[in-house]
Design a protein around this ligand. Sequence first.
Ligand code: DNO
Length: 354
Amino acid sequence: MQMTMRWFGPGHDPVTLQQIRQVPGIVGVITTLYNKLPGERWEVAEIKALKETVEKSGLKLSGIESVNVHDAIKTGGAERDKYIDIYIETLENLGKQDIHLVCYNFMPVFDWTRSDLAKMREDGSTVLAYDQKAIDAINPDDMFASISKQSGGHTLAGWEPERMARLKELFAMYKGIDEEKLLANLGYFLTRLMPVCEKYNINMAIHPDDPAWSVFGLPRIVTGKEKLLRILQNVDNPHNGVTLCTGSLGSNPQNDIPDIISALKGRIHFAHVRNVRHTAPGVFEESAHLSSDGSLDMFAIMKALYDIGFRGAVRPDHGRAIWGETGMPGYGLYDRALGVAYLNGLYEAIDKMS
Ligand code: DNO
């Protein structure tokens, strides 16, 4: 297992590489060119500069999260081949810089969705939370306004203002796109990527939909075991794999995460390990990583990853805001560092007892 943390890059992340390096057991960061919009090509010089910045700090660039996918690809629109060509060039440029892991998502219009970015808990910490009733009561424009108001001035991953300014147009693009079409469009995209992935040994790792069900009437296809298996079987190539995000899949209490991990053996290329607390149907909050603070059994999750032989990049996921830290919602240093320490402890125990 390679323990990593997400880092949003120079000028975007208030957490520094030096701070990350001081977290015990961290070997690398998962990062991105944060200013790139979906559909833009990543140039060699930009990737090189990012990599050098990371490596100068003594860390490895362990993978990219995310190279975002243009909506023309997701909808199978007229321009999809043009944008797939650009995506392939980006992969080629990443491969040439010895980068072999790319996390992406195939969620229509929105990336992750929350109703509250700072829900106050009993102990005074704040967490990201979701309440389906609040989402049902809001329209997508107001949703974006509410998210940006709560973002503390940061641009949040997947909520780029440039895209959100075109919400109506984006929703119109998805008219007539149901789950089957979205799945077929994903298959088309992946099939075209596989040759460049094989050439440069790049593992594509699709991120589950968060939450793991449809929002605002948009189709969602990365929500549970059957659908994940279908995505893998559709393009049955080891480079077509998954980011096993326990918090996203775990938003639905019906998802048995250790069982999903076993079913995906060999095709998990990256893991986001965090806990959620289910409070009512369609209502959850992001708890501390500790099993007893949430609804997921983190030991069973780490054990399942260990048992399938997963030794790739892992990162803790969203942390609570604690100890007065202000920063990007979900991505402060302190609670994620606690998460790392806990996951390292679980892993050491599992390893020594196996
Ligand atoms: C949110 C993240 C997502 C994730 C993308 C992957 O914190 O988990 O934005 O990075 O869905 O493409």
